[in-house]
Design a protein around this ligand. Sequence first.
Ligand SMILES: [Zn+2]
Length: 170
Amino acid sequence: MTYHEPIKGAGAERRDELGNFNKAYRTKPHRGSDWGFKTGSEGKPVYAVADGLVAKVLWSDVLGHCIITKNSHDKVYTIFAHLKEAPTLARMDRVIGGETVVGLIGNTGSASAGAHLHAAASTEQLPHLAAVDKLLDLFKLIDASKPKTAPVAKTPTTKPATKKAPAKKA
Ligand SMILES: [Zn+2]
């Protein structure tokens, strides 16, 4: 397991995928992935999607309060946007993992029309400024990390006893 869902618990849902531009409210392809809670998203915790470090905390007029993390396993940067308040993990290089709360869902920034989490991933240090074709699909990365459904129990295969090569004589 390398990638985790950034929100957890009852009512947590994926809302909008990377590249989506079919919806009436959008004039450009979606530059990230969205999550929210059926029961109200404001103030709910956002977790790191992988083990790594805090790379940057920033404010953007468009994206509001943001935090950028860097994964240790694949060096991918992820920005979490529209956070409720300035993340408190401001210390750079702070080690984080899938259980670390990196911020709280909010509605900050002009591109947010309701509390939700927008996240974008890229090998570039500032994913929100990366070209669309440099963005990675977090939904797919997370799905690829999920354990595969357990296979139907197989009858254990009887392995032929491995014959040891006879010890060489000195
Ligand atoms: Zn979004």
